[in-house]
Design a protein around this ligand. Structure first.
Ligand code: ZN
Ligand code: ZN
Length: 241
């Protein structure tokens, strides 16, 4: 089974319904032997979100704490079906890592065609890295079309451990998505979506799911530090600051 080296979806107390600090997240990563972590609090469209200043002010955080690389990130909420998100381009350019996710309070569900169109627009956005927890049953989409576009663009689909905790109805979809990623050669990231420090760096159910579809380790972006570093370097080229 692959070993995950970076947790790229973690919420701090800056998202009101989460319970850990940046320091606790980094210390948990260090204790569990992870090499990198992304702080990804919710963009401003959700009621529990931090002020906009939270996002670009991540520049005051150290780039590295001991052996753990600290990435400045966000989980932006999708606002419409044209690929609009709740952080503007200037703000996204200050970040190392951006997840785009559908959340009911930020965008009422549309048709599967609507969700597919939104995901395709986001895949084409050079400032978005990964589509978050797309297994949600509230936001069905054309998995084959989206995963194929994701593979062609070198973007990532997320396998979200939080889904096993808070949205178990998504699990059959997650399996279908993982299998489509395997067939189309798309990258996945395995993320905790931790809202408390005990969940940081815990990936078991997502790894079991990937194992069940025979997913190749070399297409898991955060299963190898060099692979992740190369992606981040190429991304800097895409999104110059
Ligand atoms: Zn989310
Ligand atoms: Zn999240």
């Amino acid at each position: 089974m692959p070993r995950i080296v970076a947790d790229l979806h973690c919420h701090t107390v800056a998202s009101d319904h989460a319970y850990c600090t940046v320091k606790e997240i980094v210390e948990t990563c260090a204790a569990k032997g992870l090499s990198a972590v992304a702080i990804t609090d919710h963009g401003p469209a959700l009621p529990d979100s931090p002020h906009l200043w939270h996002f670009d002010n991540q520049r005051i955080l150290p780039r590295r704490v001991g052996d753990v690389r600290l990435l400045r990130g966000a989980e932006a909420s999708i606002l419409d079906f044209r690929g609009g998100v709740d952080l503007d381009e200037r703000m996204l350019r200050t970040l190392d890592w951006t997840i785009a996710s559908f959340h009911g309070p930020a965008c009422a569900p549309g048709t599967p065609e609507d969700h597919t169109a939104a995901y395709l627009a986001l895949i084409a956005n050079p400032l978005v890295d990964v589509l978050g927890h797309t297994g949600s049953v509230e936001f069905p989409y054309d998995v084959e079309t989206v995963v194929k576009a994701c593979a062609e663009a070198g973007k990532c689909m997320e396998i979200n451990v939080g889904s096993f905790r808070v949205r178990p109805t998504a699990i059959p979809n997650c399996r279908r998505i993982a299998d489509a990623c395997r067939r189309h050669g798309a990258l996945v990231v395995v993320d905790s979506d931790a809202h408390a420090s005990w969940d940081v760096g815990e990936f078991g159910p997502a790894l079991d799911l990937l194992d069940s579809v025979g997913f190749p380790e070399e297409r898991i972006l955060n299963a190898d530090l060099d692979r992740l570093e190369r992606y981040l370097e190429a991304r800097t080229g895409r999104a110059p600051r």
